[in-house]
Design a protein around this ligand. Sequence first.
Ligand code: GRF
Length: 295
Amino acid sequence: MFERLQKKWNVSGFKLILIIAIFAIGGSLTGYSGRKLMSFWEIDRGIGWVVLYILLITIIWPLAVLLVSIPLGQFSFFKNYIQRIGKRMLGKSKVKSGKSNTGDSSFMAQIAIFASGAGSNAQKIIDHFRNHSSIKVALIICNKPGAGVLSIAERENIPALLIEKEKFFRGDSYVPELKEKNIDFIVLAGFLWKIPPALIKAYTGKIINIHPALLPKYGGKGMYGHFVHEAVIASGDKESGITIHYVDEVYDHGKIIFQDKCAVLSTDTAESLAQKIHELEHKNFPVVIETLLTR
Ligand code: GRF
């Protein structure tokens, strides 16, 4: 059971002990203060007492656990936890945990990263969410045997799936595998295959991509990697940048979420520009993902 919780919340064993202790102390504090207040108000035992007591502990409990979490250094975990309960109660959760669909009350948003290259962005995303209280990189999907991102997955102990063209484009597009792993959100980080309609339909508004230029310029089929940077330099543009956007059925076309720019100098080559772009990507991509999943 403890192992399951540890996985579910993506926390270390020590952190799990602290969290359980906070639940226990916060719960006892709630019960104690609830009963004290009820006897202070001298309310007669009966149905009214029960209703009022439940209301009271519903209000006291979050305050109690938050208070106890401060000295134990777990405030951000509990703030997030309580926010998610609140959103769920109000039915406002933007990206629901896949497990919630099956009745389990996991609070983790599970990400699948699709990548076919070196995976430097995947690595930054994994680093960013390593001990996150509500977001977890749960799967790496790759279409290229031997790609760097597969070694990253192995080193980081993240399940990886090497996918086949036929099944991806003319089969079920791996939707059952993604659902089975409770994937809530898909991040394309250097994935060159077009996303098939079945996958877009299953994850509408939940697939994002990063493109190494300022879309709508320099996008579309064949515009990837050094081809993009060579085109930017050849055009004489004085700036380039990155675009993070939702994925639809057209290459590099979905609604833009975020852009950041860098200067293109007359001395720049495709390689030096690629380096500047990678820096922008590494700095911004994990933060944008976090914002989308926690707002
Ligand atoms: C990035 O430049 C990204 O914009 C593009 O593919 C590249 C992937 O790089 N879609 P890496 O494999 O993350 O290093």
